[in-house]
Design a binder for this molecule. Structure first.
Ligand SMILES: Cc1ncc(COP(=O)(O)O)c(C=O)c1O
Length: 265
């Protein structure tokens, strides 16, 4: 019989300090989340001593499991040289080389702190370089917590974007059009209807956040062909698929060259 007394106590305290008692909606497990005390390899232990197999792995970053010795050593070595400089350092050049070699579609890359910032910046680059405001996203796709992608499910091309959250102004989502995944006809229709006004299509190549749902055969190729034909930039949001579906992400696995790529987690 598992006990959760310490987790219940912590959640009680947390609820008084943080909205919902958590720092992210995905951690809001009803009736209370368990509070992790330590982890190794594939296991988590909570503060009541219960052990769990961790299928979540912090939503992606713990790709090698917890406390992998090679990572621990690398982090510990770096700690001896300091951990935040606020200046460029050689490490970022080496990392940029490594990422570029795995993602040949990237001519340049920029490091940011979260997937949200990555998709926000990619959309801004697309809008800035095309001089257009409208964007297309896939219904059910998630690209982080910034205004222009927080669009209600079901608000498709006919309604234009309706905010998915209080605090997101209608003006921030009115330029976001949604099309269903695996529906090339809907994409083609929207690209034609708003011809010359669309900066980009942003998509998770494998729809992770309501799935995973795999692309139908030829769907990604068609999305690439249609965006190219309509002079619209294709952003692959590989925050989840990157380094996991294959080392070079979905773009390597399916052989597609997007114009912009976002990675994270
Ligand atoms: C596909 C995708 N893009 C972007 C994000 C946002 O990333 P972050 O949580 O690091 O802001 C997520 C988060 O789950 C995601 O799944």
């Amino acid at each position: 019989m598992m006990h959760f007394d310490s987790s219940i106590r912590l959640f009680d305290q947390a609820r008084r300090l943080m909205p919902g008692g958590v720092s992210s909606p995905v951690r809001a497990i009803s009736p209370y989340p368990f509070y992790t005390a330590r982890a190794i390899g594939p296991y988590l232990w909570d503060c009541d001593g219960n052990r769990f197999i961790d299928y979540c792995l912090a939503y992606g970053p713990m790709i090698l499991g917890h406390r992998h010795p090679a990572i621990k050593e690398a982090v510990s070595d770096q700690m001896d040289r300091g951990w935040l400089y606020g200046t460029p350092s050689e490490l970022e050049v080496r990392l940029a080389e490594r990422v570029s070699s795995l993602y040949p579609s990237m001519e340049r890359l920029r490091f940011v702190s979260s997937g949200t910032e990555a998709t926000m910046a990619a959309i801004r680059v697309a809008r800035g370089s095309t001089g257009r405001d409208m964007i297309i996203k896939i219904e059910g796709g998630f690209h982080g917590a910034h205004d222009s992608v927080l669009v209600k499910a079901g608000s498709g091309a006919t309604t234009l974007g309706i905010p998915d959250s209080l605090g997101v102004p209608a003006d921030a989502t009115k330029n976001t059009i949604q099309v269903p995944y695996n529906d090339p006809a809907a994409l083609e229709e929207v690209l034609e209807r708003f011809s010359g006004r669309i900066a980009c299509l942003i998509m998770e190549p494998v729809l992770g956040n309501i799935g995973p749902i795999l692309p139908d055969k030829g769907y990604l190729q068609t999305a690439r062909r249609l965006t190219e034909k309509n002079d619209v930039l294709l952003i692959f949001d590989e925050v989840i698929t990157g380094f996991r579906l294959s080392l070079g992400g979905a773009q390597e696995l399916f052989g597609i060259k997007p114009d912009l790529t976002t990675l994270g987690k």
